[in-house]
Ligand binder design. Structure first.
Ligand code: AMP
Length: 547
């Protein structure tokens, strides 16, 4: 067979040639609507590549983006790698010092920024100098010096452009982990790894994107390449819808209705609000029948999956991480399991699922690989062609990689006899009470099933006798009421009694990470002191004796 490089740049060519009229719709930062096509994307991404080369971009040079989700970011997704460069989307929700650290560590040469984000880019430039800064005038106005005008660059690009002769193992893009402890670490994706990942998300039972789909990624394009959806849609020729910075429930639902979106993806905190809006006004939106949502980034509670089902929307639970491109597993109901009683079906769908092809997955504890009994917990370890084998500019770290070449994910899970994994925690979030493990994820998922609860996060707090005990931080739905005792009674019977939280805190909101997950470290800090304000303690002496 021919030695033909696997590169997503091929998807640009394919979409431009075979799907030139398919639309790309963007809601820009100023809320104006922008419509273009794959035909225009093909022309403009190649012009961007030619302009970057003319500006001195060399093979392997990093080009940072500081952009929301829209057509120009998609052009950068293709144009930068097409020029032989490495696209490096910066997470603009991080603290400015972290963004600067990341740009410096990656040695980003150029920066492309939305004009609306120039104030942020200026803060960044005060800490790190890019050789060249380019601003996309999305609002249609000129851009200030020293920024190059993105549109003028495309207009002035050399007419002739030929792709470099790619080696599929060359870098195509990079992202930094958004870890809540320690410095962010860089992960470099190659043309080959991104191509294989794209195939997986497009083809695998579940997302299964085709040219008939309308896909709207409700995850920022700076969060692990929007989980591969922009490349996947181009490969399939699917229409794409971008929401800019507008990820509020009403905008999401209005857009889903207007564009008849058929497939979307995002973290659970986005969907909590969307489900609540649908529950309040079930008849307001006429969504595409067969709409499916891929939910991941943190555990999708079973109640959320049931809740969306009631509105005819199918949830697919997925798991992955920056280090794994990201998608590694998906939880469609396997053939045969759809005959099980409903409750059992939901239990499977709430798991993180089975690995994609080429992803090898094992769950290990101190004694080696755990039994597939659905109970024994261990750490998930993975390897495969889109799993990183090291962090950028760092020596292989034995805490992160095993001697036999597997990535240690830090996620704790059990695996059942069907091969579905169920994540119980991050190693650092597990609650170790009296030498036994309590799953914070299981507790919070159950609490979020209480009708008065909007959000819940369970953390470990130090305990003089048991080492650690669970504390549940709860946000009630607007206008709803519930006491700690009521929630406790709701949980009783569903868990061993010693799992139940000793303390409850009703709070206004749960702090979020830059990618919209619950920031448990902030809660741990706030409630470290057992006598912190607002805590309700449940007396449970008899439980402890029973243990
Ligand atoms: P990030 O690199 O920011 O995407 O974060 C990756 C981490 O998010 C994983 O290691 C998990 O701890 C968590 N995560 C991702 N998907 C899920 C999921 N479906 N259920 C539980 N945790 C998840």
């Amino acid at each position: 067979m021919m030695n033909y490089a696997l590169t997503p740049v091929h998807f640009l060519e394919r979409a431009g040639r075979y799907f030139p009229k398919v639309e790309l719709v963007s809601l820009l930062p100023d809320r104006s609507e922008h419509r273009t096509t794959y035909g225009a994307l093909h022309r403009r991404a190649r012009a961007l590549a030619a302009a970057l080369q003319a500006a001195g971009l060399k093979r392997g040079d990093r080009v940072a983006t500081l952009m929301w989700n829209h057509y120009a970011h998609l052009e950068a997704y293709f144009g930068i790698p097409a020029a032989g460069g490495v696209i490096h989307p910066l997470n603009l929700r991080l603290h400015i010092d972290d963004i600067a650290y990341i740009a410096k560590h990656a040695e980003d040469r150029f920066l492309i920024v939305d004009d609306a984000l120039i104030p942020l880019a200026e803060e960044l430039r005060a800490r790190y100098s890019f050789e060249r800064v380019i601003a996309a005038p999305l609002a249609g106005r000129g851009v200030p010096a020293p920024y190059d005008d993105y549109e003028a660059m495309l207009r002035g690009a050399p007419a002739e452009f030929t792709y470099p002769d790619f080696d599929e193992n060359e870098p195509l893009g990079m992202c930094y982990t958004s870890g809540t402890t320690g410095r962010p670490r860089g992960v470099v994706y190659s043309h080959r790894s991104t191509t294989i990942h794209t195939y997986n998300i497009v083809l695998m039972g579940g997302m299964a994107i085709t040219h008939r789909d309308v896909v709207c990624a409700c995850v920022p394009m700076f969060h692990v390449n929007a989980w591969g959806m922009p490349y996947g849609c181009a490969m399939a020729g699917a229409k794409q819808v971008f929401l800019g910075p507008h990820l509020d429930p009403i905008t999401i639902l209005d857009t889903f209705e207007r564009e008849q979106v058929t497939c979307s993806g995002g973290v659970p905190t986005v969907w909590i609000g969307v489900l609540d809006a649908l529950d309040r006004e079930p008849k307001r939106w006429h969504l595409s029948p067969g709409l499916r949502l891929v939910i991941g980034g943190s555990a999708a509670p079973e109640t959320m999956i049931r809740g969306f089902d009631k509105h005819g929307i199918t949830v697919l639970h997925a798991w992955g991480m920056t280090e794994t491109s990201p998608t590694c597993t998906l939880a469609p109901l396997k053939h045969g399991l759809e005959n099980l009683p409903q409750d059992e079906q939901y239990a499977y769908r709430a798991k993180q699922g089975i690995p994609h092809p080429f992803v090898e997955l094992r769950v290990c504890n101190a004694n080696g690989e755990v039994a597939s009994d659905g109970r024994t917990m261990g750490e998930i370890q993975v390897r495969g062609p889109y799993v990183t084998e090291r962090y950028y500019k760092m020596e292989p770290d034995p805490e992160k990689f095993t001697p036999d070449g597997w990535l240690r994910t830090g996620d704790v899970a059990a695996v059942d006899d069907e091969g579905y994994i169920k994540i119980t925690d991050r190693t650092k979030d597990l609650i170790k009470s009296g030498g036994e493990w309590i799953s914070s994820v299981d507790l919070e998922n159950e609490i979020m099933g209480h009708p008065a609860v909007a959000e819940a996060a369970v953390i470990a707090v130090p305990d003089p006798r048991w080492d650690e005990r669970p504390l549940a931080a709860i946000v009630l739905k607007p206008g709803a009421r519930a006491t700690a005792e009521e929630i406790d009674a709701f949980l009783a019977g569903k868990f061993p009694r010693w799992w139940l939280p000793d303390q409850y805190a009703f709070i206004e909101e749960i702090p979020r990470t830059s990618t919209g997950k619950f920031l448990k470290s902030a809660l741990r800090e706030r409630f470290h002191d057992r006598n912190a304000a607002g805590l309700v303690r449940i007396k449970r002496e008899h439980v402890r004796q029973a243990r």
